[in-house]
Write a protein that binds this ligand. Structure first.
Ligand SMILES: Cc1cc2nc3c(=O)[nH]c(=O)nc-3n(C[C@H](O)[C@H](O)[C@H](O)COP(=O)(O)OP(=O)(O)OC[C@H]3O[C@@H](n4cnc5c(N)ncnc54)[C@H](O)[C@@H]3O)c2cc1C
Length: 452
């Protein structure tokens, strides 16, 4: 519990109406089904960077943890106050500080939603390519703090590739600005890059400078269906080797297609599906079409050409459709070198079989990123425990294949025992030294991101 003195100080900084007590909606994020829930001592909703700085300074003086919170859509429990303390919610900081469409750039406050960034770009003939799945609720600050990805990260990279500058409040309460409204910067170490993906453990991101590109004129999605993972993964390697830069190259294994494929905008969906998309000028897309089809066609059972908007809208619902099969699911977003995709996809199903759990995976095939999933009855505690064991085996398989335990959802509190499984002690120590340099008191989202 925080003391009355700190409570008074926080109310004086943000106004009593923006200091909330233990609020249910701030007790969890999208990892609730994994049992991550904690009541914060208080929730503050600052409206300016200066208020954020004062809140952090006050918490630092009292030695109280600060847990930055964006839209609360994270899958790793990162925005949950599992060590107590104050949840610092950025939801009031939604301003656009500057927008220069002709120079392809914007400075936005951290609380602006992902969808609003995408919309503003689109309305001005531009593209903000990061496309994580919860764009209506997630915030740009949360996307930067998790380095969120999505289907189009294959061509365009994850969120961090679109961030040229970060304004943040450090644990000391100091306001820092790393990078700026320029596209290249090699002076000093890349502290901007360190903030990207730092999951609230190095500071509170209060604003970000983003870059855009002109919106591609045309997009051509293609769905190819294969008998199994081996044939589909071979097609992924042919696409990568063909010299075409596909904008997206996602997959759904046969069990995912069985669970979610009924509404897929193609005639009839069975087997392993690849979702490839080309984008660019209309002429460029047409030119690349033949090469893409030549790479996809060998061993394909069928090829389809859905409408782009329809396909990606359906794709956003895949996770929910899989969860609906048995009422719940346990998913881990591991990543492996792309040449091991088929082995990993089949490995997940085999691990599920050994644990008596229906299993499936889908994800970003070109990036080697799998959402390895066990479908569970969430009320059956023995089953939930078996799924946790199965997830442990997925991590072990990922190690064996030379991959990593998280490709995009982050480590948070859920995966900290598994982070850096292949790092040396020295590599772990370097990571801890970075944390210590930014946050010697360990008040910034403690017990998250790094190994205990
Ligand atoms: C339906 C659904 C689909 C999803 N699809 C994807 C996907 O395709 N790709 C993907 O990568 N993720 C996906 N996610 C996960 C999630 O949306 C992303 O991780 C997102 O970037 C989290 O943003 P948020 O604003 O909700 O952050 P939160 O959940 O609030 O926080 C996430 C982490 O970032 C920190 N944080 C948040 N804001 C700040 C800030 N301003 N300063 C410092 N630290 C901060 C928190 O402390 C926490 O550690 C999905 C989630 C859902 C529910």
């Amino acid at each position: 519990m925080i003391g009355a003195q700190l409570r008074q100080e926080l109310a004086a900084i943000v106004g009593a109406e923006h200091l909330l007590g233990p609020e249910r909606s701030y007790e969890h994020d999208a990892s609730l089904s994994r049992g991550v829930r904690a009541t914060p001592d208080a929730v503050v909703r600052p409206g300016t960077t200066e208020q954020v700085a004062q809140v952090v300074r006050a918490c630092s003086r009292h030695g109280v943890p600060v847990v930055p919170r964006g839209g609360g859509t994270g899958f790793a429990g990162g925005a949950v106050a599992t060590s107590g303390g104050v949840v610092l919610a950025l939801e009031r900081m939604t301003g656009v500080r500057s927008f220069d469409p002709l120079l392809w750039r914007m400075e936005a406050e951290a609380g602006l939603t992902t969808r609003d960034v995408q919309r503003l770009a689109r309305e001005n003939g531009l593209l903000f390519p990061p496309d994580p799945g919860a764009a209506e609720e997630s915030q740009i600050g949360g996307n930067v703090a998790t380095n969120a990805g999505g289907p189009h990260a294959l061509k365009y990279g994850p969120t961090g590739a679109w961030v040229t500058g970060v304004e943040a409040v450090l644990a000391s309460g100091e306001v820092v600005r790393f990078g700026g409204p320029y596209r290249k910067d090699v002076s000093g170490y890349d502290l901007r890059g360190l903030m990207v993906g730092s999951e609230g453990t190095l500071g509170v991101i209060t604003a970000v400078r983003l870059r855009f590109v002109p919106r591609p004129e045309a997009a051509l999605p293609v769905v190819a269906l294969y008998p199994g993972a081996a044939e589909g993964a071979a097609a992924v390697q042919r696409v990568l080797g063909s010299g075409i830069v596909a904008a997206a190259l996602d997959y759904l294994d046969a069990a995912t297609v069985a669970a979610a494929g009924a509404a897929m905008p193609v005639h009839s969906a069975h087997g392993f599906a690849l979702l490839a998309e080309l984008d660019g000028s209309a002429e460029e897309v047409q030119r690349q079409r033949a090469a893409l089809l030549a790479a996809l066609e060998p061993h394909a059972n069928s090829i389809h050409f859905p409408e782009p908007a329809e396909l990606w809208r359906w794709r956003e619902g895949v996770s929910g459709a899989v969860a609906a099969q048995r009422g719940g699911k346990l998913s881990e977003d591991v990543v492996v070198p792309v040449e091991h995709l088929a082995e990993a996809v089949d490995g997940v199903v085999e691990i599920g079989r050994r644990h008596g759990l229906p299993a499936c995976s889908w994800g970003h095939a070109g990036d080697g990123n799998l959402h390895a999933t066990f479908m569970i009855d969430p009320d059956d505690l023995a089953e939930v425990a078996r799924a946790e064991e199965a997830a442990g085996e997925v991590f072990a398989m990922t190690d064996r294949l030379g991959g990593s335990v998280s490709g995009e959802h982050g480590i948070g509190v859920l995966k900290r025992e598994h982070v850096g499984r292949r790092w040396s002690e020295h590599e772990h120590a370097l990571q801890a030294a970075v944390k210590h340099a930014f946050d010697p008191q360990n008040i910034m989202n403690p017990q998250k991101k790094l190994r205990a």
